[in-house]
Design a protein around this ligand. Structure first.
Ligand SMILES: [Ca+2]
Length: 171
């Protein structure tokens, strides 16, 4: 399959930029406080890159078409924590372009330097494999953009197929 291309994260580096007015400073301080609170569990060695990213996607199940649970589970998105510290994914979501959203299970910690695959079908969650428990494919084979968010804030996304015309509903 064609390699998905990476999306670009919104730049969060402006919090440390010099500011000129008290109001701007206050706003910057608020932003900084929020940023620091939210990046507390991330890898501080690379503050401008998300420590957690979408590292791989198999959007076209090799067993495409039969819609068996086994086939559904061969459709997956892999999420990797590239940082050293474990990250709590409580409240994180993974969505497709149509708004189908998977919410990570409560209190799930992704260990540093480790990955978890989010399978489309039904299964029992483990530290390395989690399941959306869907009865149909979710990642469109023609074009789609799995998007990872942390409480509605963009973290990472990958896209494929957007050089082609949209149309149809082939999963
Ligand atoms: Ca698919």
């Amino acid at each position: 399959m064609p390699a998905p291309c990476k999306g670009t994260a919104a730049d969060s580096g402006s919090a440390t930029a010099p500011t000129r007015t008290p109001a701007a400073r206050a706003a910057a301080a608020r932003r900084r406080a929020v940023t620091e609170a939210e990046t507390d569990t991330e890898d501080h060695a690379r503050p401008h890159r998300p420590a957690v990213e979408i590292s791989d996607v198999q959007y076209d199940s090799p067993a495409f078409g039969d819609r068996s649970n086994r086939s559904l589970n061969k459709e997956w998105v892999e999420v990797t924590n590239t940082g050293r510290r474990a990250v709590n994914l409580d409240g994180w979501t993974l969505s497709d372009e149509d708004g189908h959203t998977y919410t990570f299970q409560d209190r799930f910690w992704l260990e540093g330097r480790s990955s978890v695959r989010i399978h489309t079908g039904v299964g029992r969650d483990t530290d390395t494999d989690m399941y959306q428990d869907r009865r149909n494919y979710v990642w469109d084979n023609r074009s789609d953009t799995p998007t990872l968010r942390r409480r509605d804030r963009f973290v990472d996304a990958v896209s494929w197929g957007h050089d082609r015309r949209h149309g149809g509903n082939r999963h």
